[in-house]
Design a protein around this ligand. Structure first.
Ligand code: F6R
Length: 252
């Protein structure tokens, strides 16, 4: 079962997550086929972290068992930690190679992530935005949500007009990443992230949240006041957003 990989998530219901992820994979597959028949690329915005792992596992399974092809897929990831080279084992570049890119037939030239080893953050940010634009914008953006309501690494205080830029990571975010880095002292303090404004321009957005640990922030994001204090609240105004929640994350 695919979601065994994330069994660590508090009270997450594995069968339920598999079902939800299968529906998301159906949509992605449908959009990929649609674009192939038009001779065009599908531009996917991708997230990292524990939440999308079962989705990527399902896409890999469909590639292997059902011939789902990524030949016409272009991807833009949300973010990368500052100072980590693409080869660094904890970089989001490595994460994407491991969980998706190495296991499907996507063309390496079609996979984009912000560089973490920039010398000039402003130039890196601008060139990332330009690349997204040059590919026609993001058709479908996959999102997780941080416990502080961040999307991408847009921490509280990020307005809906923010674009790709260098950001300071919140303490809560660094604490959540600490186990993977072997202690908070090893977690980068900054990152490069797509902006909230960049994310909101995607033609379709799918946010996923699993487990009781996300329940409180999901409730706030979906029904709290729309404000930069909880950047995920900006999704409330976007009718093109689907929220995929397991029972533990959805609560009441
Ligand atoms: C990662 C990202 C973050 C995560 C969020 C949730 O690319 O953009 O916003 O989606 O921190 O992380 P997990 O899924 O590990 O709970």
């Amino acid at each position: 079962m695919i979601s065994q990989k994330i069994l660590g998530i508090e009270k997450a219901n594995v069968g339920e997550i598999d079902e939800l992820v299968s529906r998301i994979a159906d949509e992605i597959g449908r959009r990929m086929l649609e674009r192939t028949s038009q001779g065009r690329n599908l531009v996917l915005g991708l997230a990292t972290g524990s939440t999308p792992i079962p989705l990527y596992a399902e896409l890999v399974r469909r590639h292997r068992e059902k011939g789902l092809s990524f030949q016409n897929v272009v991807t833009f990831n949300l973010d990368e930690y500052e100072g980590l080279s693409p080869e660094h084992p904890k970089s989001y570049h490595s994460f994407m190679q491991e969980h998706l890119f190495n296991q499907v037939d996507i063309q390496p030239k079609n996979t984009f992530l912000p560089l973490g080893t920039y010398e000039k953050p402003f130039d890196e940010a601008r060139s990332y935005e330009e690349k997204i634009k040059a590919h026609g914008g993001i058709d479908l953006q996959i999102l997780g949500i941080g416990r502080d309501g961040h999307i991408g690494f847009n921490e509280p205080g990020s307005s809906n007009r923010t674009r790709t830029r260098r950001v300071i990571l919140a303490n809560e975010t660094r604490e959540d990443a600490a186990p993977a880095f072997g202690g908070i002292q090893n977690v980068p303090t900054h990152a490069m992230t797509m902006g909230v404004g960049t994310i909101l321009e995607a033609r379709r957005i799918i946010l996923m949240a699993w487990g009781a640990g996300k329940r409180e922030i999901v409730a706030e994001a979906m029904s709290g006041d729309v404000s930069a204090d909880v950047p995920a609240t900006f999704l409330q105004d976007r009718l093109n957003t689907a929220w995929y929640l397991d029972g533990a994350a959805a609560g009441d």
